[in-house]
Structures are given as structure tokens and as C-alpha cells.
Write a protein that binds this ligand. Sequence first.
Ligand code: 5RP
Length: 223
Amino acid sequence: MTQDELKAEVGRAALQYVVAGEIVGVGTGSTVNKFIDALASIKDQIPGAVSSSVASTERLRALGIPVLDANEVERLAVYIDGADEIDHQGFMVKGGGAALTREKIVAALADRFICIADASKQVQTLGAFPLPVEVIPMAAAQIARRFAAKGGHATVRLKDGQPLVTDNGQHILDVTGLAIADPAAFESEVNQWPGVITVGVFAHQKAAVCLLGTEQGVETLEF
Ligand SMILES: O=C(CO)[C@H](O)[C@H](O)COP(=O)(O)O
């Protein structure tokens, strides 16, 4: 099976976690796009979605699924999103699609984070995937030096030769060379650094369930 087919399978499997009559939180990325496509088939059962990016909002609306502002919603039953890495405790690295800040905000509204991913995303220790960190541009160099002191190497993510600008008007640092042994402590520490908007470690908003696409079918991991 191709990676695309595995993503489509977990996208469809995630429908079982959507609660009829409840607004659903929607992440960002190629796996979530498959979920959004599947969600369209049951759109009459839900009032709408809260979205984590401009890209997901556009896709949801194009398929006739109403998108609500996060400020209009106090609580979501579930938030469904992909990951760049997920470990055996449900801790994740996210932000490969540069949407990590809004993803964390929407995830924080939800009772449960349902991660959808193909099996290549499962890791023993977080850190092999370059860690995305959304930063205020004027702080980028000092934050890069702080990562260097931890053995990491941070580079500003580029798009068409220029720093990528996020949906929030900020920049992304991608940090290689880290082995994140204690994700919760790491997330808390980096969050304190001036100029950091969001670090792409999701330990405080970890997955409750991961639907993992494997050659043998969709595996359900509960944390
Ligand atoms: O965090 C994300 C976007 O910011 C995505 O969830 C993550 O990058 C996985 O994406 P994909 O499903 O395309 O592999």
C-alpha cells in the first residue's frame, strides 16, 4: 500500500471518533486532508468544525463543512490531527506544515487528541524529525543559540528563498540534532524562552489515541 493509501485509511477510520451533534477540531496536513474528505460524507451529523489553519479552513468550506471561530467554542469532544513523530506514550512532534501554534490552541480545547498517522511516524525517541518552533523573527538568532547549547542546529524555514511566514505572521525554526528524552520538561523549558511562540513538542497536549496506518491495517494505540 502506498503512504497516500495508508493516510486515506486512517483518515476514514477517524470518523468513528466524531461525535454526532458535536463540533469537531480539525488539524492540518496531508493526512488530515484525507480526514476532511471523509468528514464531508457525514457533514449533516455535525454543526461544523474548528480549524487549525487557513489551508484546512479552505478545504472544509469547499466541501460544505461550516468552520467556527475558536473563540466561539468552549470545549470540543475531539481534535483530530496528524503528527511528524509520535512515541510510545503519545507524545508528538508536530509543525511540519507550519501550523503548530493553531494546532496546539485547538487541541487545548479538546477532551481527546486523536492522532492519525502512517506507521513511518512512530518513533522510540522524539527528535529525528527536525523540530519546528514558531518564533518572533527578532528573537530567531538568540533562540537558535539556545538550541545550539543543547546540541541542536536551528535554521529558519524558507519558502521560495524567503523566510516562510506562518498564518500568524511569524517564522519557523527547524531544529536538528536533538534527542528529546523528557518531552514534557523540554516543552515547558523551551516555552519559557523569550520570542518562542510555540514549540512543536506536544507533550501537554499529547495524543489519547493514535490510529496508525500499517500494511496490516489500521492499528489503534491508546495512551
Ligand atoms: O503538524 C502538522 C502540520 O503543522 C502535521 O500534522 C504534520 O506535519 C503531519 O503532516 P502530514 O499528515 O502531511 O504527514
